[in-house]
Write a protein that binds this ligand. Structure first.
Ligand SMILES: [Zn+2]
Length: 344
């Protein structure tokens, strides 16, 4: 029988050092490891990832970008105002991408029912040709592209619930119909992309779905949005694999944003996503860690999601803000030209 849930982690990813006071710190993975171990889950197994090879990374990045990061091996360098390379970063970044690749491979071969890759540096801001926003390689875009190329997936769904827009993932996948990218994010907020009108281009037109949200959204607000827009589009698309850019910085206690999700709220979103995977993708679902900068909330939220990868599932609490249904209808109308399933 396949292992239920594989958890990817390697201590070498702790060596990526952004410097003192930086929110994207090694303790993020340390508290996750501790919390999951203390959770005493019987359905999980820890696995060390392999480092991604150049040719695997090149499905999402330019050769110049890959060579630039390789050239900084063992050095310390500032790539933008808050994106750092330290000795150990290159290896960590290759392991982070490798963990996402290994998670997909484990699902496609039936080794695992689902998976969670605990990685740093995170990935969803990394564009094809540059690092930014704490991200060096775009782990989830590499994994999604690899699922198509190596594993023959015809339709991959990428859901990004990190509070920031996954601009790098969008950048890399923008013209592809075989990867559907759906992002919920606070706007305005870094990196200030992800407007509702950014819907993909060329053959990929319609296969980028941005759901920008004002600050203050609760568990119930997010859940209502998922049920009104994300789930119907996903069912219409019929994905063969579901990947989640699982950032936890929409948590109420996160220092970098202003949303009001709880750990249980993330688990409720995961339950929706898991239903999509079970209905269309033989349950094949992998979460790839992105942001989440309040250590305690991060650990709680991750644990709630690990629990949610095995039944019974956690149900959400709280009530929706009553004035949001009109906002959700506006978003649904904006996307209805490409997704008629959203019409009332
Ligand atoms: Zn984020």
């Amino acid at each position: 029988m396949a292992e239920q849930t594989l958890l990817f982690h390697d201590d070498a990813m702790l060596a990526h050092d952004n410097g003192p006071g930086h929110p994207e710190c090694a303790d993020r993975l340390r508290v996750i490891r501790l919390a999951v171990d203390q959770g005493g889950f019987e359905h999980v197994r820890w696995v060390a990832p392999s480092a991604a090879a150049n040719e695997e990374i090149l499905v999402a990045h330019t050769a110049e970008h890959v060579e630039m990061l390789a050239g900084l091996e063992g050095m310390r360098s500032l790539l933008d105002v808050d994106t750092v390379v330290s000795p150990g970063s290159h290896e960590a970044a290759r392991l982070a991408a490798g963990a996402a690749l290994d998670a997909v491979a484990a699902l496609m071969t039936g080794e695992a029912a689902n998976a969670f890759a605990f990685v740093r540096p995170p990935g969803h801001h990394a564009c094809a040709d540059r690092a930014m926003g704490f991200c060096l390689f775009n782990n989830i875009a590499i994994a999604a592209a690899d699922a198509v190329r190596r594993h023959g997936c015809r339709r991959v769904l990428v859901i990004d619930w990190d509070v920031h827009h996954g601009n790098g993932t969008q950048d890399i996948l923008y013209e592809r119909p075989d990867v559907l990218f759906i992002s919920t994010h606070q706007r305005p907020l870094y990196p200030d992309t992800g407007a509702v009108g950014e819907i993909g281009a060329g053959a990929g037109r319609g296969y980028t779905v941005n759901l920008p949200l004002p600050p203050g959204q609760t568990d119930a607000d997010y859940l209502a949005l998922f049920r009104r827009i994300v789930v119907p589009i996903a069912h219409s698309y019929e994905p063969e694999l579901v990947l989640v850019s699982a950032g936890f910085d929409a948590h109420a206690r996160d220092p970098l944003a202003d949303m009001r999700l709880s750990a249980e709220g993330f688990a409720a979103l995961l339950a929706e996503v898991r239903d999509i995977a079970e209905r269309h993708a033989k349950g094949r679902l992998a979460l790839i860690l992105e942001g989440g900068y309040d250590l305690r909330s991060l650990a709680h939220s991750v644990n709630a999601c690990v629990a949610g990868l095995a039944p019974p599932r956690i149900q959400p609490d709280g009530s929706a803000q009553m004035d949001l249904s009109a906002a959700h209808e506006d978003l649904a109308r904006s996307h209805a030209a490409h997704w008629p399933c959203l019409l009332p």
